[in-house]
Design a protein around this ligand. Structure first.
Ligand code: GDP
Ligand code: MG
Length: 254
């Protein structure tokens, strides 16, 4: 192998010569074959798209800023941010990825409990999206869990730039004890909350509508501003509705 490799680099050797000759012939064949120019397809100029979808384009600007493990790591508490929360594996990172139209911005995982950091994504100098660590069956030691739950609590209790929470629930298992706890906390703190019932692609249209209705009936029992919609990161369903909620909370002027 090494021998052939040296030949390819032009050092005289039988093997090298053979490789060169075969290669040259192949190259010549490609060069000599009539190459048809591809048909000219005019492309829409980016500026045209920008004016047509200002919301989508705004969220597409998102970029990773930092991961915080302890309160001291948090970025300055200025401007406005919206945090995504929910059980591990509910689909938080996937939701952030489709809303910002970035495939791997927030890492997604098939293994629950892998993201234990508060991840910040900036949209501009004053607006951020935040991927919170998933509660639930995190595969971390108790010590570590205590540590980041403390950071998470402190973040939720003291962050003045936090404009609202996007609570992600698997549409097949909505209103888990964690979700109910989170909704109660939001009510008590008067924190705006919008529920994305995600993985809607896993249910029939009728079953998805019934799940949404069930959640809305639950919310209607309490005087609060909590809202809900169905969503699918896989089928890109409900993305613009979610973006509109974010834009309102972040007071974006687009
Ligand atoms: N079918 C389907 N799968 C999804 C959807 N959203 C997320 N997933 C999958 O659910 C798993 C967990 O998603 P992830 O975004 O990492 O969840 P997180 O732990 O809450 O951040 C991954 O395997 C995703 O591909 C969705 O809308 N539909
Ligand atoms: Mg995640």
């Amino acid at each position: 192998m090494l021998h052939c490799g040296t030949g390819r680099l032009g050092v005289a050797s039988d093997c090298g010569k053979m490789a060169r000759t075969t290669c040259d012939k192949a190259l010549l064949g490609v060069l000599q074959s009539p190459v048809k120019a591809p048909p000219y397809i005019p492309r829409a100029r980016p500026e045209v798209n920008l004016s047509a979808h200002p919301l989508a384009d705004y969220f597409r600007r998102a970029f990773f800023v930092l991961s915080a493990q302890k309160p001291a790591d948090l970025p300055p508490d200025t401007g406005a941010e919206v945090a995504f929360t929910g059980r591990s594996n509910a689909g938080k990172s996937s939701a952030i990825n489709v809303i910002t139209d970035h495939r791997g911005l927030a890492r997604t995982s098939k293994t629950p409990g892998r993201t234990q950091l508060i991840n910040f994504f900036a949209l501009d100098d004053e607006h951020r999206l935040v991927d919170l660590p998933g509660f639930g069956y995190a595969k971390v030691s108790l010590d570590v869990r205590d540590n980041w739950q403390q950071t998470l609590n402190e973040y939720l209790q003291t962050r003045t730039s936090l404009a609202g929470l996007i609570l992600i629930m698997d549409i097949r298992h909505p209103l888990t004890p964690f979700d109910v706890e989170m909704l109660t906390w939001c009510r008590e703190m008067q924190m705006p909350v919008h529920i994305l019932l995600t993985k809607a692609d896993k249910l029939s249209r009728g079953a998805a509508a019934a799940a949404l209705e069930k959640v809305r009936r639950y919310l209607a029992q309490y005087p609060s501003t909590a809202t809900a919609q169905s969503f699918s990161a896989l089928k890109k369903q409900g993305i613009d509705d979610a973006r509109k909620v974010l834009a309102e909370w972040l007071r974006l002027e687009l």
